[in-house]
Structures are given as structure tokens and as C-alpha cells.
Design a protein around this ligand. Structure first.
Ligand code: COA
Length: 400
């Protein structure tokens, strides 16, 4: 029987959503569905139907993504799953295809996601755009280098106070790879604390750092208590940690590493460019691991290239190929005077590899070294790298 892909009706939302939970081997809870209803418009959901049974889903949030020099509308792809009974028959491919057309029709030039498995999305034109680190730090080995001694003050605040004080700090921190967090996102997603997210750990604690009387950082964390042979061996689990300066970083992490009854400080999402790496005496004790973070797709290549800023007054012509969305195939001038062109191309690459360069995560030299781009004009790769350069690598601080 042919599979039909369409927006589920309101009375079909629950069953469509449950397919993804089943695909992940989990159960859909009522509270989760309620939260989804608040932050996910139904018309951004696409379900695959086998007859009247939903067998797959792909949805997207409406995000505003920070990019070099500004921001751009981006579809935050989420809730992707296909039932195990229907896997590997091309249903995800059909969902992805239709979703990209839908995102394009909405005028969103970009789509972003976190992948459950890193090998899935390249074939759909997504490229690895931002790396993520994780830490599993040995608290006993935490020592700051050339420590000038503690400064400022940390206060534990209520959820209500966190909702007031955290967003302005986050706004100051936004850089490529981070998306705007509207109030509902803070309330129902980021600071929300439903029982089923705890997995045996404490409720969320909300900590704010003040330096010289000004809010300068915040952290959201849980503690998972554990005892071994009479000694405390708990884990501090960091959900968010933002600090507006190097000094604020030092003081926020001093606090986090100071929490008692903890032996491990863990953050699954940690900025690989964090100043903390150079502030601790024993960087190895952080047990840092690097992996893929944000994946990005240029849905409308011309619009996406127009949206970002470039360094310097140079320009190069990129020849971009897009097997899934051939309307994107073509030559684009980037830098001074962005847009489609018939001029001779300088560099040739796929839309997925352009995505890796787009936020500044990988420069053209690195892509070239990896055999991912073809240099057609001598020196053009280095010039493209210079144009796309960003002060910091991109970072996406949350999985959605
Ligand atoms: C991942 C998942 C959505 C794939 O759905 P599917 O309908 O089986 O995928 P398709 O049949 O459309 O596969 C399309 C292509 O992707 C490949 N692919 C699918 N899942 C893959 C995986 N997990 N790893 C690597 N490749 C994968 C297929 O082999 C196929 O390749 P081809 O184009 O070379 O033939 C499904 O297996 C699933 O729900 N998994 C569990 C939940 C999950 O991981 N969701 C993704 C959240 S980010």
C-alpha cells in the first residue's frame, strides 16, 4: 500500500507523535504531549500514513538562528521517527523531501537539527555545522590556574526569577549556531522540569552569578546523588551554563565544581571554545569528548548566502550541487555582491559541505584538506576561508 504524507489532524496529533516515541523505544506521556502542543504548531508536523495508521513523523520548530552578522529564520527539525515495522522502505526519505519543500514554502532558508545517529542526514543535504564537546570532569582534580581568588556572588533562584533573569544573559551570549529562545521556550522547554526528565536526579536548580552587582552568568543543573562505601559519589549534571566574560566563566564554574557530595561534574553539551579549557590547571581532568553537534541544511542557498555577512571586500564564485533539491544547483558569488551568477566558478562543492562552512564551523581550507571541495581557481580556497571567517566557532547549546 502507498504511504501518504500529510499534516495530522488535531485529533491525530497524539497518535502521530506516539510513532516517534515508539521509534525511540519509549512511551509518550500526557505531559509531553501537552508541552509539544504549546511549542509545536500542528501544521509544522508531517506524518506518514499507511492507510489510516500513522507510521512515521517529522516536525520542525520555528526558530530564529544566529548567523554571522545577523540572524535567519530556520526550521528546527525534530520528532523524526519511523516505526520499526516500516523502517528502510524510504519513508524517512519521503518525509525529509516533503519537509524541505514545506520549509522552503515558508520562506525559511535554513533547516537545523541534532541527529540521533550521525550517519543519517548527510544524504539529505545536511552538513555538520557545529561541533559539540561533552565533559565528565573529575571534581577532586578541579584547580584553577593562577587563581586570583573568588569574586562575585552566586544565588539560587526560583523558576519565576530564572524566567526573568536568564533570558537577557542568554541574549548577550548569542553567537552563530544559537537560536532565539522565546518566552514559551524558556518556560515549557528550557527551564521546565517535568518528572520524566529527571531520570533519578534532583529537580533543576537555577543559579545566577552576579559580578559587580550585574548579572553575569547563569547555570541550570541537577544533582544525582550516589554513595560508594560510605563516601559521596554524586554527579552534577549541567543543563545550561552561560557566562558573559572570562572572569564570569571562572566564577560560574568555581561554583559548579564547589557543590558538595559530588565527584563528577557532567555536561553533555559543552562549548568546545569555552575559556574554561585554559582556566583549569588540569585540562585532562575534564575528560573532554568531541562529537557532532548542530547539523545544518541550506534550503534556499541564495537566500541563505545573502543573509550572512562576510569578512573583507573580496568575493569568490561557488559552484554548488544539490542532488535532492536541484533548484539550488548553480553558481553563487559570495562576499562582495552576493547572488546567483554565470561567472566562472572558483570553488566547487556540495550543498552539505557548504553547510559545514556556513556558520564558520569548518573553513574551506579544512574542507579542501578533507577532499570535500574542489579548487578551480588557484588560491580560491584560501580566499573563501577568509570570507567565511568568524571570531568564534559556532555552538548550539541545546538539543531540540
Ligand atoms: C532513522 C529512521 C527515521 C530512518 O527511517 P527509515 O524510513 O527507515 O529511513 P529510509 O528507509 O527512508 O532511509 C533513507 C536512507 O537513509 C538510510 N538510513 C536510514 N536510517 C539510517 C541510520 N540509522 N543510519 C544510517 N543510515 C540510515 C537508509 O539506509 C537509506 O539509505 P539510501 O538512501 O542509501 O537507501 C528510523 O530508523 C528511526 O525512526 N530510527 C529511530 C529513531 C531515530 O533515530 N530518529 C531520528 C531522530 S534524529
Amino acid at each position: 500500500m502507498a504511504i501518504e504524507i500529510r499534516v495530522p489532524g488535531e485529533n491525530e496529533r497524539r497518535a502521530a507523535t506516539a510513532t516517534t516515541m515508539t521509534a525511540f523505544g519509549e512511551e509518550l506521556r500526557e505531559s509531553q504531549l501537552e508541552r509539544q502542543q504549546r511549542i509545536m504548531p500542528r501544521d509544522r508536523m508531517l506524518a506518514a500514513y499507511d492507510g489510516d495508521r500513522p507510521v512515521g513523523l517529522a516536525a520542525s520548530f520555528e526558530f530564529t538562528l544566529t548567523i554571522s552578522g545577523g540572524e535567519a529564520p530556520a526550521a528546527g527539525v525534530t520528532w523524526v521517527g519511523v516505526l520499526p515495522s516500516h523502517r528502510r522502505r524510504g519513508i524517512l526519505r519521503d518525509l525529509m523531501r516533503q519537509q524541505l519543500d514545506d520549509v522552503h514554502a515558508r520562506g525559511e532558508p535554513l533547516a537545523i537539527l541534532w541527529a540521533s545517529e550521525a550517519a543519517i542526514y548527510g544524504r539529505f543535504g545536511y552538513g555538520l555545522a557545529a561541533l559539540n564537546a561533552s565533559i565528565e570532569a573529575d571534581r577532586a582534580r578541579f584547580v584553577l590556574r593562577d587563581d586570583p581568588g573568588p569574586r562575585g556572588a552566586v544565588t539560587l533562584v526560583t523558576l519565576e526569577e530564572a524566567l526573568q533573569r536568564f533570558p537577557p544573559i542568554y541574549e548577550r551570549m548569542r553567537r552563530p549556531g544559537m537560536f532565539a529562545r522565546p518566552h514559551e521556550w524558556w518556560e515549557h522547554q528550557r527551564l521546565a522540569d517535568p518528572e520524566e526528565w529527571r531520570e533519578g536526579a534532583s529537580p533543576k536548580f537555577y543559579a545566577v552569578l552576579e559580578l559587580d552587582g550585574e548579572d553575569a552568568g547563569f547555570a541550570v543543573y541537577r544533582v544525582k546523588g550516589k554513595w560508594e562505601n560510605g563516601f559521596p559519589a554524586g554527579e552534577l549534571q549541567i543543563i545550561d551554563a552561560f557566562a558573559v566574560s572570562g572572569e564570569a566563566t571562572r566564577e560560574l564554574w568555581r561554583f559548579l565544581f564547589g557543590v558538595d557530595l559530588v565527584s563528577t561534574v557532567r555536561a553533555w553539551i559543552f562549548d568546545p571554545a569555552s575559556p574554561l579549557l585554559l582556566q583549569v590547571a588540569d585540562v585532562r581532568s575534564l575528560h573532554l569528548r568531541l562529537g557532532d553537534g548542530l547539523w545544518l541544511r541550506l534550503v534556499d542557498v541564495e537566500e541563505a548566502l545573502r543573509r550572512r555577512s562576510y569578512e573583507g571586500a573580496d568575493s569568490v564564485v561557488l559552484e554548488v550541487s544539490d542532488a535532492l533539491l536541484p533548484r539550488n544547483d548553480g553558481r553563487y558569488r559570495v562576499g562582495d555582491g552576493v547572488g546567483r551568477t554565470d561567472d566562472k566558478p572558483d570553488v566547487r562543492l556540495s550543498v552539505a559541505d557548504l553547510a559545514s562552512a556556513y556558520l564558520g564551523g569548518f573553513d574551506f581550507d579544512r574542507l579542501h584538506a578533507a577532499g570535500r571541495v574542489e579548487e578551480l581557481t588557484p588560491g580560491a580556497v584560501a580566499r573563501a576561508s577568509a570570507l567565511f571567517r568568524t571570531p568564534l566557532p559556532p555552538f548550539c547549546p541545546e538539543i531540540f
